[in-house]
Design a protein around this ligand. Structure first.
Ligand code: PHE
Ligand code: ZN
Length: 884
């Protein structure tokens, strides 16, 4: 794709792409309306005559009546913006078909038939990146959820499973590599410098798992021997210059394959497994059968260009897509309302994999941090939905933190209640029972009941009720008895007001204050609205540690003394609970400060307590650095805002920064000592060195607040000496927030050093857009006009604008300018790439939970978007729900 001249927002004229035609009010699709399709399509043959400008597609479907559905005398084939060249039925041209909106409807008598349809599409004009599109001169596809209908007419729904035979043909020079799902069955040369390849996928699959890639790519190859002794050829396909950065991806793939055999008994089922990296991609990656397509961000890594966090994310996403081969592909979804069946389950699987690879404690903390930063706000806002939604207008809007991350938490609760062994019996039964089928969430729950021996009747509410449950906890003590009182409420959400109590598994322990230990952890399941439990044998009031390991995705509310939190932060043997105690300590303090409920003296005392706890974290030599780094992190702005019914983002930001200043001042010498000690470790990828880099970055963050001059010198020195991207980015992040020449020099250096490396230039954009610098808004405006900014590349758009929307002082500028910039972006991007545009709506959608002046400004921007003609279905749905 030629991106030499790309539209910028400042142009104000984004009318250049194939904007989808949009009805005034896109229809609401309901889960309750599911009906099986009248026809089956056991086989499809596809022939692609490939070209960047035009690709001709001949699709031949074998169709037969579906015995499990009411018969129909027509077949409705979904399309989206397709040109029909011809239609044949049983080998003969027919004219009796008609278009109904975007769909093709063909009369069909009972019995088996062959339907052949010829269509043409234009990959280079496809800026939505759904269907067949061009990226850097190569062709690739993205079909989930409803992209296959942008390639050819088909019953584009996940309960239609077909075997695919795919022939691709095109110029050798332009497309030397031709890939599709399954195994390559034949290939050859044809006249005029052209060649072809034919691929066959023996496993019946839904259309959303179809993929094709054609381009000038090279591969890192390897092989894996499965548990039954079959050899699988592995390949990671990239542009030639990226080949040196594929080793980690390949390692991650082999680890994933091994782990799924050991942890879930799942073996790979084809002779080849291909991964292709593309620069233009709407999401992280896609699990197409045997041919995973990845955003380059989740493939390419070397220490000079990728951070330790990038390494972990690559391992996690490669695992995720690989694990879909069973949870998603061999057992797929009946309809898109069941999305969490494959996504929640696969997120749980990738989390457990990463826990085993990277360490359980830190991974769990990171996963909970993401859940709270992204899913909790979603669950308490206008876009709240259950993990199994009841309706949608555009399914792309439901690839959410709720379906993915809360979905994983719901399964994790089942695992906690059953124990890992019984849970595995449940998943074994699920795979055995539903292999080759399109299943439902209910099927999974049933298999878990039968296989793991759980009674999940009440637990099913987790699938239908949205909203983060609140659990009020109080512990009283009398004589030698400690009494725990628990009370749950599930908050109302836009879809439903009245809610029922749900089973909430809470791991808890009661600590003896003197010995600092406890007599064993217990699992309490709170199934009723209220419950009290008495614990005997406590002469002194114990310290309660509850929701250990974050055993339930709830918010715990309790009166707890600073003293108890300080105790837990230092003594809890559950690492998550220790982290949680540190977080609670800070959250309680900042909430009180922001509510003006503390006297000056009380505020001083609060800061002292936090500084004391943090000092222990900095100096406790039994802690490993990667855990220390977690304990050093302050609760994020969005999680803090969640604590208020109506939040003042300006105040929260200011108080959080003020606390950072106080901590940076109080702990300056400890922070410098920690940074110095950590700087002696080598620039290697082992656990200890990675932990050291993490605490270095954290130490700089506090020092930058407490003593900016010292921090600027240390950060500049760290930047200049950096041998890893982790160190370089950590230093540059701090410098970017501080005015001064060190900032400018290093930003210029960084750009010049890495210009041409898309993923690193993305970091350069993101660092500036998320910085604490007072002029961050101006920086973002300038960057939007930078020659490297490009509205057509989702990674670049996100690196500038997602970072900006997550930067509290800039996005929430009291003038409303930040809101206007995001609304302008949405309007400019919507005609080009609606799926990505719609993802910028949620930050504005938070208005109801924001103080009135900013709320009015946010709402006004949403109304301006809503009043725009020709909005995509994606943006229309998100904006109207947000205005509610
Ligand atoms: N199914 C992909 C995943 O989670 C996500 C995805 C959805 C990718 C839609 C592209 C488009 O693994
Ligand atoms: Zn997935």
């Amino acid at each position: 794709m030629d991106i030499a001249r790309t539209p910028s927002i400042a142009d104000g004229n984004p009318q250049m792409a194939d904007a989808p035609p949009v009805p005034a009010q896109p229809p609401l699709i309901r889960r309750a309306d599911y009906k099986p399709f009248p026809w089956l399509v056991p086989e499809i043959r596809l022939h692609f005559d490939l070209g960047i400008e035009t690709t001709r597609v001949v699709s031949t479907l074998k169709v037969a009546p579906n015995p499990d559905a009411a018969a129909d005398d027509v077949i409705r084939l979904n399309g989206d913006g397709l040109q029909v060249s011809s239609v044949k039925l049983d080998g003969l041209p027919v004219k009796n078909w008609e278009m109904d909106g975007p769909d093709l409807v063909l009369p069909l008598s009972a019995g088996e038939h062959e339907v052949e349809i010829v269509t043409e599409v234009s990959p280079e004009k496809n800026s939505q990146l759904m269907g067949l599109y061009a990226s850097n001169g190569m062709l690739c596809t993205q079909c989930e959820a409803e992209g296959f209908r942008r390639i050819t007419f088909f019953p584009d729904r996940p309960d239609i499973l077909s075997t695919y035979l795919v022939k691709m043909e095109g110029p050798v020079a332009q497309f030397p590599v031709l890939l599709s799902n399954g195994n390559k069955v034949s290939a050859g040369e044809s006249a005029g410098g052209r060649h072809w390849a034919e691929w066959h996928d023996p496993w019946p699959k839904p259309s959303y798992l179809f993929a094709l890639v054609a381009g000038d790519l090279v591969a890192r190859t390897d092989s894996f021997t499965t548990m039954s002794g079959r050899e699988v050829d592995l390949a990671v396909w990239v542009r030639a210059e990226d080949l040196p950065r594929t080793e980690h991806a390949m390692d991650s793939l082999k680890k994933s394959m091994k782990w799924d055999e050991e942890a879930f008994g799942r073996e790979y089922d084809l002779d080849v497994f291909n991964i292709v990296a593309v620069s233009d991609f709407n999401m992280g990656a896609m699990e197409n059968k045997g041919l995973n397509v990845f955003n380059t961000k989740y493939v390419l890594a070397d220490p000079d260009t990728a951070t330790d966090g990038d390494y972990d994310a690559i391992e996690g996403v490669i695992g995720h897509e690989y694990f879909h081969n069973w949870s998603g592909n061999r057992v797929t979804c009946r309809d898109w309302f069941q999305l969490s069946l494959k996504e929640g389950f696969t997120v749980l699987r990738d989390q457990l994999f990463s826990q085993d690879m990277q360490g359980e404690a830190v991974k769990r903390i990171e996963d909970v941090r993401v859940l709270r930063a992204v899913q909790f706000p979603e669950d308490s806002g206008p876009l709240a939905h259950p993990i199994r939604p009841d309706s949608f207008r555009e399914i792309s809007n439901f690839y959410t933190a709720t379906v993915y991350n809360k979905g994983a938490e719901v399964l994790r609760m089942m695992r906690t209640m059953a124990g890992p062994v019984a849970f595995r019996q449940g998943t074994d039964l699920y795979f055995e029972r539903h292999d080759g089928e399109a299943a439902t969430c209910e099927d999974f729950v049933k298999a878990m009941e039968d296989g793991a021996g759980l009674d999940l009747r009440q637990f099913r509410l987790w699938y239908s009720q949205a909203g983060t449950p609140k659990v009020e906890v109080s512990l009283t003590h009398k004589g030698d008895t400690a009494t725990l009182a628990l009370k749950q409420t599930v908050p109302p959400t836009p879809d439903r007001i009245a809610k029922k109590p749900m089973p909430i598994p809470l791991r808890l322990a009661l600590f003896d204050r003197d010995s600092g230990s406890h007599d064993g952890e217990q699992l309490v399941i709170l199934s009723e609205a209220e419950k009290t439990i008495a614990f005997e044998g406590f002469a002194r009031s114990p310290v309660l540690s509850i929701n250990r390991g974050f055993s339930a995705p709830v918010s715990i509310e309790r009166e707890v003394s600073t003293e108890d939190l300080v105790f837990l932060a230092a003594h809890d043997d559950d690492p998550f609970a220790r982290y949680e105690a540190m977080q609670d300590l800070v959250v309680a303090h900042l909430v009180a400060v922001c509510s003006d409920s503390l006297t000056g003296a009380a505020q001083e005392a609060g800061r002292k307590a936090i500084a004391g706890a943090l000092r222990k974290v900095l100096t406790d030599d039994r802690l490993d650095d990667s855990m220390r780094g977690e304990l050093m992190m302050l609760p994020g702005q969005t999680y803090l805002a969640e604590q208020f019914l109506v939040a003042d983002p300006g105040r929260i930001h200011a108080e959080r920064e003020a606390l950072k200043v106080a901590l940076g001042v109080a702990l300056e010498s400890e922070l410098i000592a920690l940074h110095e000690r950590a700087s002696t470790l080598p620039a290697t990828l082992d656990h200890a060195s990675r932990g050291a880099r993490k605490v270095k970055a954290q130490a700089l963050v506090y020092l930058a607040a407490g003593n900016p001059d010292v921090a600027a010198k240390m950060a500049a020195a760290q930047y200049d000496a950096a041998q890893t991207m982790t160190d370089r980015q950590g230093a540059l992040m701090v410098l970017t927030g501080l005015p001064g020449v060190a900032r400018t020099d290093r930003l210029i250096d960084f750009y010049n050093r890495y210009r041409g490396n898309e993923l690193v230039v993305d970091k350069w954009f993101a660092l500036q857009a998320s910085s604490l610098h007072p002029d961050a808004i101006e920086h973002v405006k300038a960057l939007a006009n930078h020659p490297d900014f490009n509205l057509r590349n989702p990674n670049r758009v996100r690196s500038l604008y997602m970072a900006f929307a997550g930067n509290p002082h800039a996005f929430h500028a009291a003038s409303g300018e930040g809101y206007r910039m995001i609304a302008d972006l949405i309007l400019a991007l919507d005609p080009i790439n609606p799926q990505t545009a719609a993802r910028f709506v949620p930050p504005l959608g938070r208005w109801r939970r924001i103080e009135p002046q900013r709320a009015a400004l946010m709402r006004a921007e949403l109304e301006r978007i809503a009043a725009t003609d020709g909005l995509s279905r994606d943006t229309y749905e998100q904006v109207t729900r947000s205005l509610g």
